[in-house]
Write a protein that binds this ligand. Structure first.
Ligand SMILES: Nc1ncnc2c1ncn2[C@@H]1O[C@H](COP(=O)(O)OP(=O)(O)OP(=O)(O)O)[C@@H](O)[C@H]1O
Ligand SMILES: Nc1ccn([C@@H]2O[C@H](COP(=O)(O)O)[C@@H](O)[C@H]2O)c(=O)n1
Length: 230
């Protein structure tokens, strides 16, 4: 305690779920509101995929991917109001969001050597976050931070998720968007090493009928309750 005022306890929050369920938007807002750091682990997998594509690695060959998994230096900035991601000093925030990277990331993230490398980075960032951190992804509650103070698993119907994503992309076809996200979720859920999965002790929040503001409020309340020891 400083100056008689209680200091908020550091808290580690894991938010997982399929694509388009609102993990990034929710995590960023919750972290900003509560003064926590924020880590987008999908951005890290996208960054290593971008590097593999840029360096002509054969993404149909897991052995080729594994052989170079340790090469790129990936740095994530964890300020929720301005998250950053660089690869070997290059700002890749924009190129990692292209359709090309999105369509290839599941093949790269399924390779165990890639996962162990990225998981190590994630644990080190979480350990260094003094006030605590919100980490979002697919395997945070199950594998990366199994001792997180609070685990949340966001879901939403494929229709709601496709509509949200199509709203972001100009001229996007909702049907094609729905098929693409179902395909990516299937690949992420069926890989052998730390697949997309709900941890047994995670709180599931179905966001289909909720506004983003309602989801944020729900998660903030869960974190505050956890901090208060309820
Ligand atoms: N509850 C909600 N209602 C309406 N729109 C939402 C809701 N939650 C998120 N969105 C919108 O849906 C889109 C996808 O959200 P977001 O990127 O946060 O999802 P995600 O789970 O992180 O996706 P991905 O795993 O593919 O990165 C964004 O445009 C966001 O503003
Ligand atoms: N913990 C995680 C996070 C992400 N991935 C892989 O990255 C892809 C992109 O994630 P986005 O959240 O940016 O859409 C995702 O499809 C997974 O292949 C992961 O494996 N583990």
């Amino acid at each position: 305690m400083e100056n008689g005022a209680p200091t908020a306890k550091s808290v580690i929050v894991a938010i997982d779920g399929p694509s388009g369920t609102g993990k990034s938007s929710t995590s960023k807002a919750v972290a900003a509101q509560l003064g926590l750091s924020y880590l987008d682990t999908g951005a890290q997998y996208r960054a290593i995929t971008w590097w593999m594509v840029s360096n002509g690695i054969d993404l149909e060959d897991p052995t080729a991917i594994a052989a170079v998994a340790g090469k790129p230096e990936i740095i994530s900035g964890t300020d929720p109001s301005a998250p950053t991601i660089t690869v070997d000093g290059v700002d890749v925030a924009a190129p990692i969001r292209t359709q090309d990277v999105t369509s290839k990331v599941s093949a790269v993230s399924a390779v165990p050597e890639v996962r162990s490398r990225i998981t190590e980075l994630q644990r080190s960032l979480a350990a260094g976050a003094e006030q605590g951190i919100v980490v979002e992804g697919r395997d945070i509650g199950t594998t990366v931070l199994p001792d997180a103070d609070l685990k949340i698993f966001l879901t939403a119907s494929p229709e709601a998720r496709a509509a949200r994503r199509s709203g972001e992309l100009k001229n996007a076809d909702v049907h094609a968007t729905r098929e693409a996200l179902i395909k990516r979720d299937a690949a992420d859920s069926s890989r052998k090493t730390s697949p997309l999965a709900k941890a047994g002790d995670a709180v599931e929040v179905d966001t289909t009928e909720l506004t983003l503001a309602q989801v944020i409020e729900c998660v903030v309340t869960l974190v505050e309750e956890k901090r208060a020891g309820k």
